[in-house]
Design a protein around this ligand. Structure first.
Ligand SMILES: [Zn+2]
Ligand SMILES: [Zn+2]
Length: 338
């Protein structure tokens, strides 16, 4: 069996791509973040992801599949699992002739305000994201991060400035709004963020104290923008005086606040940190690990820990022969690279 990383992941004999990023006839969509989607003819996804996907691309044929419902696709058994990344985001397990291939997509092991945590799935072949696959990225406890966010807002309001929170419009923004709205702050969300909040509400997540953002008096309110806020420059400039907080795991890097022009970066992340990436691999205990995105060195790290691991670069084709190693052994096993 061959696995190729070309237009997303393509597995020999499987009728759909996995997270294809160019238009495909049929693709599994783990979630509707823009780096995981394109205007496909047909998608396989959770009902929540279909809702968010249709917000970006209309008229796509969709096959909905909930979590933990094994289903057959041309001889392969396919099952989706919670990933803890954003609402509706799914991991996928494909059982093909007794080989269990698990693709985590973006995931997080700790729960959050709007999503249940990722399940760790036993795999023979594990394809795992490694966005934060470097030991520098060990996030503080979530409660501590949530406290940091609330304190930032309180202090900013006390100093008669407007707290502006920069958070991705799908997922991160809803988490921030859930935390801050439930705490009692009045929140005004930019229109894209607000639209996704309305879709979250259709899925049963309720927000308090949330309003769409208009040009008005901002005193005493919290304003939420997507990080690419330069699009709203005029509106943004009208909010004064303000303090800007960016929510991202990259907040572990001191320099990240300069990159986005924020006063503060708080590491509220919707990805697994380094420790949780390692934990996933150890508990799943696969024969082979393919790492995707982020740090290629994470695969070296896993090999030092005894796993047959390889970074899956663009265009790589790998033979999933159960016996062969995917990484060249001391004697050299290069024929398996195809
Ligand atoms: Zn994502
Ligand atoms: Zn992603």
């Amino acid at each position: 069996m061959q696995l190729t990383f070309n237009n997303g992941i393509e597995i020999e004999g499987l009728e759909f791509h996995i997270d294809a990023h160019r238009k495909a006839e049929f693709s599994f969509v783990s979630h509707a973040h823009t780096d995981h989607i394109a205007s496909h003819k047909k998608i396989l996804a959770t009902p929540e992801t279909i809702l968010f996907f249709n917000q970006r691309y209309k008229r796509t044929k969709a096959r909905a599949l909930g979590f933990n419902q094994p289903t057959k696709f041309r001889g392969c058994s396919v099952e989706l699992f919670s990933s803890g990344h954003i609402l509706g985001c799914a991991q996928i397990k494909i059982d093909s002739a007794g080989t269990r291939i698990v693709y985590t997509g973006d995931f997080k092991l700790t729960g959050c305000e709007t999503t249940s945590p990722a399940e760790i799935i036993d795999a023979d072949i594990l394809i795992i994201e490694s966005t934060y696959g470097d030991p520098r990225y060990v996030f503080p406890d979530r409660d501590q991060v949530v406290d940091q966010l609330i304190t930032f807002v309180q202090k900013t309001l006390l100093s008669n400035q407007v707290p502006i929170i920069l958070a991705y419009s799908l997922g991160k923004a809803q988490e921030a709004i859930k935390i801050l709205g439930d705490f009692g702050f009045e929140i005004h969300a930019e229109s894209n963020v607000y639209k996704f909040c309305q879709l979250y509400e259709r899925c049963g997540v309720k927000f308090k104290n949330l309003f769409p953002l208009h040009e008005e008096e901002f005193k005493g309110k919290v304003v939420i923008f997507p990080p690419y806020f330069k699009k709203y420059r005029t509106l943004f400039n009208n909010i004064y005086p303000k303090r800007i907080c960016f929510l991202s795991g990259w907040g572990m890097d001191r320099s990240s606040r300069f990159r986005v022009g924020a006063d503060v970066v708080i590491p509220l992340s919707d990805h697994a940190d380094y420790n949780d990436l390692i934990r996933y691999v150890e508990v799943s205990n696969p024969d082979k690990v393919l790492t995707l995105h982020g740090f290629p060195e994470f695969a070296d790290d896993l090999r030092r820990r005894g796993f047959d691991a390889r970074y899956l670069g663009k265009g790589a084709t790998i033979s999933l022969d159960k016996k062969g190693k995917i990484f060249p052994s001391a004697s050299g096993n290069y024929d398996l690279f195809m």
